[in-house]
Design a protein around this ligand. Structure first.
Ligand code: ADP
Ligand code: ZN
Ligand code: ZN
Length: 733
């Protein structure tokens, strides 16, 4: 009997066997089939043609429908997904499903939708327009068609030319034109004519970087471009892409979630004549599928996308570029917890192409790989063009009178820039009005009942919101504990800062850019436009503002409150703070104006801040790497994190203890299983949360342990009651 082994998009880490229905050809490996599953049907991918099955022949169900003629994905990509499934110990079916556009997941055909065209018949070709004086609209349609070389127009073109529907129909009835449904052939671009604009004249460092990467087109090599903000990394990418396109190959560019701005896209689209496709969360299912297909068929010259775009198939893979490679949005934080940067490296190896990681603030992982020689290390130490590096200064705010978080020194500095007609940017990573609402009588703080977290007080519109679980409620009139009506806000959020600034600087306009003020579609673009046109002089932003945007008139950037990051338990917190600081500081003085960066702190003597300000990220990062080495933390060791979560706290505790007992005997060589402990947010959205960390000096040891442990965990009764997950190379912990 013929059997197919199929991967299904479910969390279970196993494949499912189905028989091939009578009189049906065996579906090829890599094609989709529709199969009965439970009470319904699912779409799966054929992985194997096994000779026999563990399931008895008469119990084996036939699949219902074969959906593709040929394998859906290039073999290399299929290998990548297999690799990811075993590296992340995640269900292959789920991995495949997350790599596919939604339409394909649902079983839609994997080819371009057919379109309607109106074509001249022999009679129509020969028709004399002079005979149509009494039916002028029909004459116009016929005339238009006769002018076409191939004697046809698509329905879409007819609409654009406002040709009469009734006339078309009449001509069809009379036999002058025919209706056809066709699938448009891929429109391929010519590799001999891809540039729209010439490159800028590269400086020596840029030229070296471009040459190094271009030499390796056609073979695998990983590069880290460590280039300070404004050093012209994007210009380097563009020059690499130019060469890739000239060889008839395609470029895949991955950018952080908030980096995919219309400006970024425009910069690529302006430079090249080839089609550029963006893949981001703003696309609907059809648009996403179209981009996927254009990439697969080679029609897209350049594909720019966020994390999941790493799975976009390419007909002629030429290069993968990852901008801001340190950005945490490249790591998926739920279900299939992959890192797009790491997968890009594996993919580049499989598809024999260079992969370029670029950042002003490389992750310590990538820096380690570069310094140890695994990646080629390319450095851009000079700012391109005329821009000069901003002047940086720590403001000691101990014992200073603060007005809504602003020290007198900062206010003074702002006034000087504003008077000179420049823009000022204030960075505060806390949206809302105030991070807490407090009872002035008894000290009680309004807490989300579902999380161990304070409610944030919002004024526009007035409500309390939990930024952890998203729950909202009306602002209470009285303290829940003592009944007092004397409730006050404490701490500073972006809304309040905006309000205060309007009072301190009534003559200037203040723009606030955070998730609340930009929720409406298009509102961010509008705000950014207005900022560029100098409609606002003071800009307040959260992390959203830190990346990617160019504000040529901003000369002063201030960070108001970053001290909490200095004392965070996460070992990656200093790295993140340093990256954020450099990104924010990079917003100052990007054009020909000298910029200034002010950092307010209660701990101006802190070693990390001093190192960062006086010696820069490069120095800081190398120092931090040494520290990681001494403490045997990643990238000098490898981690896997189990997370547990359930409404029943005892069950969570119990399961994590059981896993601990199972894991301990599996330790061998340099592996450590740490006792389970509460997650950093021990309660969220009403759930209790624990975690268990496993660390090893070598990757294979870690994976062996996890490989043996997982089936044991899966067989525990409680593992079906408590939600658990496994995170390889975890980030937020
Ligand atoms: P990065 O991506 O490293 O922040 P960009 O590529 O955006 O830097 O370059 C910063 C600015 O410098 C841009 O305005 C860019 O047009 C300009 N620039 C880049 N390379 C050159 C060059 N070789 N000559 C002149 N200007 C350049
Ligand atoms: Zn009270
Ligand atoms: Zn909550």
């Amino acid at each position: 009997m013929s059997i197919v082994r199929v991967a299904l998009a479910i969390p279970l880490r196993r494949l499912f066997d189905y028989s091939v229905p009578a009189n049906t050809p065996m579906p090829a490996i890599g094609t989709r089939v529709k199969v009965p599953f439970g009470k319904g049907e699912k779409v799966g991918l054929v992985i194997e043609h096994p000779s026999d099955s563990d399931i008895a022949e008469d119990k084996l169900k036939p699949f219902s429908e074969s959906l593709d003629q040929q394998a859906l994905l290039p073999e290399s990509l299929f290998k990548l997904l297999n690799w990811a499934s075993s590296y992340y110990h995640h269900s292959l079916g789920d991995v495949i499903s997350q790599a596919l556009p939604a339409l394909l997941r649902k079983g839609e055909p994997a080819k371009a939708k057919s379109i309607v065209v109106w074509r001249l018949s022999e009679q129509g070709k020969a028709a004399d327009l002079a005979n149509f004086t009494r039916a002028p609209k029909q004459g116009v349609v016929l005339g238009s068609l006769q002018q076409q070389e191939d004697g046809q127009l698509s329905d879409e073109q007819c609409k654009q030319q406002e040709l009469s529907r009734t006339a078309i129909k009449a001509l069809v009835d009379k036999g002058f034109i025919e209706k056809h449904e066709i699938t448009p052939a891929p429109a391929l671009w010519s590799k001999s004519d891809t540039n729209n604009q010439a490159s800028l004249k590269l400086n020596a460092e840029q030229a070296i970087a471009v040459a190094a990467v271009n030499q390796s087109i056609g073979s695998f090599q990983a590069f880290l471009i460590e280039g300070i903000t404004g050093s012209g990394k994007t210009e380097v990418y563009l020059n690499i892409i130019a060469e890739v396109l000239a060889k008839g190959k395609q470029a895949l560019v991955l950018v952080p979630e908030i980096g995919l701005t219309p400006q970024t896209l425009a910069r690529f689209a302006e430079r090249f004549k080839v089609p550029v496709y963006a893949i981001n969360s703003g696309l609907n299912d059809t648009e996403r599928f179209t981009a996927w297909l254009k990439a697969k068929q080679g029609e897209a010259g350049i594909i720019i996308g966020t994390r999941s775009a790493v799975f976009t198939p390419m007909k002629n893979p030429g290069v993968i570029i990852i901008d801001e490679e340190h950005d945490s949005s490249f790591k998926q934080q739920d279900s299939f917890r992959y890192h797009a940067r790491d997968l890009a490296i594996v993919r580049a190896r499989l598809e024999k192409m260079p992969v370029v990681l670029g950042s002003a603030t490389p992750s310590l992982e990538s820096l380690h790989n570069a310094l140890s020689g695994r990646y080629s290390h390319l450095e851009l130490k000079q700012r391109a063009g005329n821009a000069v590096l901003a002047e940086q200064q720590l403001l000691d705010i101990r014992q200073q009178p603060l007005s809504s978080g602003l020290s007198p020194a900062l206010i003074k500095a702002m006034r000087i820039e504003l008077k000179a007609g420049r823009q000022v940017m204030l960075f505060l990573n806390r949206r809302g009005y105030a991070p807490a609402l407090l009872c002035h009588e008894c000290g009680h703080v309004c807490e989300c009942e579902r999380c161990e977290a304070y409610f944030t007080y919002h004024q526009q519109p007035r409500h309390l919101a939990c930024h952890h679980c998203g729950s909202q409620k009306a602002v209470p009139h009285q303290c829940e504990k003592c009944g007092s009506t004397n409730l006050v806000t404490t701490g500073l959020g972006t809304e309040q800062l905006q309000e205060a600034l309007l009072e301190i600087f009534p003559e200037y306009k203040v723009a606030r850019i955070d998730r609340d003020s930009t929720r409406r579609k298009g509102s961010l673009e509008q705000l950014l436009d207005d900022i560029h046109n100098n409609q606002y002089q003071i800009l307040i932003g959260t992390q959203m503002l830190a990346k990617g945007h160019h504000f040529p008139n901003v000369t002063l950037v201030a960070l108001l409150d970053i001290d909490h990051a200095l004392f965070c338990s996460d070992f990656r917190a200093p790295e993140r703070l340093a990256q954020l600081y450099v990104q924010v500081a990079g917003r100052a003085g990007r054009a020909n104006l000298l910029g200034k960066v002010l950092l307010q702190s209660h701990h101006p003597e802190h070693e990390l801040l001093q190192d960062l300000i006086n010696n820069g990220y490069q120095h800081f990062a190398r120092f931090a790497l040494n520290e990681r080495k001494d403490t045997e933390l990643p990238p000098f060791s490898f981690q896997a994190l189990f997370r547990f979560e359930a409404a029943d706290g005892n069950a969570v505790n119990e399961l994590s203890q059981q896993l601990y007992q199972l894991a301990q005997p599996l330790q061998q060589g340099e592996t450590w299983v740490f006792p389970p402990c509460p997650a950093p947010q021990a309660r969220r959205a009403g759930k209790f949360r624990m975690q268990l960390l496993i660390q090893a000096e070598q990757r294979p040891q870690l994976h062996q342990l996890v490989y043996r442990l997982l089936p044991q965990l899966e067989s525990l009764k409680l593992s079906r009651k408590v939600r658990w997950s496994l995170d390889i190379d975890p980030y937020d912990m």
